[in-house]
Write a protein that binds this ligand. Structure first.
Ligand code: NAI
Ligand code: MG
Length: 336
C-alpha cells in the first residue's frame, strides 16, 4: 500500500511529538508517504497566512492528514484554524476515544473504554452570536441543528459501533429544555437508531451524563451528541483516563479526515524534549483504522500499553524521567 498523508508538524511541542510519531510509524513499514505542509504560527511566519492554500490543496488531494497542535494567535481577528479546517472539509464527526491505560494518574486505571462522537459543524458553534443591546449588556448566540447534520453524525456513530463490535450507543441531549434544537437532534437520532435494532440504544440528558460518567463510566460505550455538549463531555472523558497526554481525536467527513492530539502546543514545555507523544501516536492509530489497517492500529495501541505497563521511559507528565524521543523508541522497539 502506498498512501500519502499530509503532515502538519505544528507549533510549540508539535514538531517534537510529530517527529517521534513518524519514527514509530516508520518502524511499522506501512508504506506511508508524508507530504509536509505548514499551518499555524509556523505558516504565518513563513507565508503570512495561518493556513496557506498549498496546505488546503494538499489535504484536499490526499484526503487524509495527521496534524500536530497549532497555536492560533490570540486576538488580532484570527479565527481558529481547527474550526476553519472542519468547515472547509465538512468534517462533521469528531471522534474521541477514551480508554483506561495503566500507570497514568487516572482515577480509572481500568474499566473505561468509550468513544465520544461530537457533531462538529453546527449547534452553538456556527459563529452566530451578537451583542443585541446598545449598552452592550445583552448578548445572544444562535444554535442551529439540521436534520441532515444530526442524521449523518448519528449514522456515523451507529456504523462505527457496528463495524467495531461495540454494543451500545447513548444519545446525549437536553431536549427537555432546548425543545427545538436538542429536540430535533433527539428525534432524528431515534429515527436513525431504529435502523440498527442489533445495537442497544439509550438516551440520556447531558447533565445526568456528566454525573454518570464520573460515577460509573464503565456503563458507556459510544456516546453521540451535539457540538457544545460533545466538546465538554469529550474533555471530561479525557480526564477520566489520564488527561491530555493520552487523548487522541479524529475529525471525519465523507471524503476527508484529519487526525490529531487533543492537547494544544504546550508552550510551557516546548523545546525541552519532554512532551508525551502518546496522544498523537493514538491519533495515528485512529488513522490506521481509517486506512483499513485495524490490525496495525491494534498493534500500535498494544505497544503503547505495554510500554506504560513496563514504565519504560515514561515522560514527566506520567511521572517518569524519559524524553519524547526515548519514550517513542521504547514504543517502537515493541513493534519490531
Ligand atoms: P495545552 O494543551 O497546550 O497545555 C495544557 C497543559 O498540558 C500544559 O501544562 C502543557 O504542558 C500540558 N501538556 C499538553 N500536552 C502535553 C503533552 N503532549 N505532554 C506533556 N504535557 C502536555 O493547552 P493551552 O496551554 O491552553 O494552549 C496552548 C496553545 O495551544 C494555545 O495557543 C492554544 O490555542 C493551542 N491549542 C491548540 C489545539 C490544537 O491545535 N488542536 C488544541 C488546544 C489548544
Ligand atoms: Mg474542546
Amino acid at each position: 500500500m502506498t498512501q500519502t498523508i499530509s503532515v502538519i508538524r505544528g507549533d510549540g511541542i508539535g514538531p517534537e511529538i510529530m517527529d517521534a510519531t513518524l519514527k514509530v510509524l516508520d518502524t511499522m513499514n506501512l508504506g506511508l508517504q508524508y507530504e509536509f505542509v505548514d499551518a499555524g504560527l509556523a505558516a504565518l511566519e513563513s507565508s503570512g497566512e495561518l493556513i496557506p492554500q498549498t496546505t488546503l490543496d494538499s489535504i484536499a488531494r490526499n484526503k487524509i492528514a495527521l496534524k500536530s497542535p497549532l497555536t492560533t494567535p490570540v486576538g488580532e481577528g484570527f479565527t481558529s484554524i481547527n474550526v476553519t479546517l472542519r468547515k472547509k472539509f465538512d468534517l462533521y464527526a469528531n471522534v474521541r476515544p477514551a480508554k483506561s491505560f495503566p500507570n497514568t494518574k487516572s482515577r480509572f486505571p481500568t474499566g473505561v473504554d468509550l468513544i465520544t462522537i461530537r457533531e462538529n459543524t453546527e449547534g452553538l458553534y456556527i459563529g452566530d452570536g451578537q451583542t443585541v443591546s446598545a449598552d452592550g449588556e445583552i448578548a445572544t448566540s444562535t444554535s442551529r441543528v439540521t436534520h441532515k447534520g444530526a442524521e449523518r453524525v448519528v449514522r456515523y456513530a451507529f456504523e462505527l459501533a457496528k463495524r467495531t463490535g461495540r454494543r451500545k450507543v447513548t444519545i446525549v441531549h437536553k431536549a427537555n429544555i432546548l425543545k427545538s434544537t436538542s429536540g430535533l437532534f433527539l428525534k432524528t437520532a431515534r429515527e436513525v437508531a431504529a435502523a440498527y435494532p442489533e445495537i442497544e440504544c439509550n438516551e440520556m440528558i447531558v447533565d445526568n451524563t456528566c454525573m454518570q460518567l464520573v460515577m460509573r463510566p464503565e456503563q458507556f460505550d459510544v456516546i453521540v451528541t451535539t457540538n457544545l455538549f460533545g466538546d465538554i463531555l469529550s474533555d471530561l472523558c479525557a480526564g477520566l483516563v489520564g488527561g491530555l497526554g493520552l487523548a487522541p481525536g479524529a475529525n471525519i467527513g465523507d471524503d476527508t479526515a484529519i487526525f490529531e492530539a487533543v492537547h494544544g502546543s504546550a508552550p510551557d514545555i516546548a523545546g525541552k524534549g519532554i512532551a508525551n507523544p502518546c496522544a498523537l501516536l493514538l491519533a495515528a492509530a485512529q488513522m490506521l483504522d481509517h486506512l483499513g489497517l485495524p490490525d496495525r492500529a491494534t498493534a500500535l495501541r498494544e505497544a503503547i500499553v505495554h510500554t506504560l505497563e513496563a514504565k519504560d521511559n515514561l515522560t514527566p507528565d506520567l511521572g517518569g524521567t524519559g524524553t519524547t524521543q526515548s519514550f517513542a523508541e521504547a514504543i517502537a522497539k515493541r513493534l519490531v
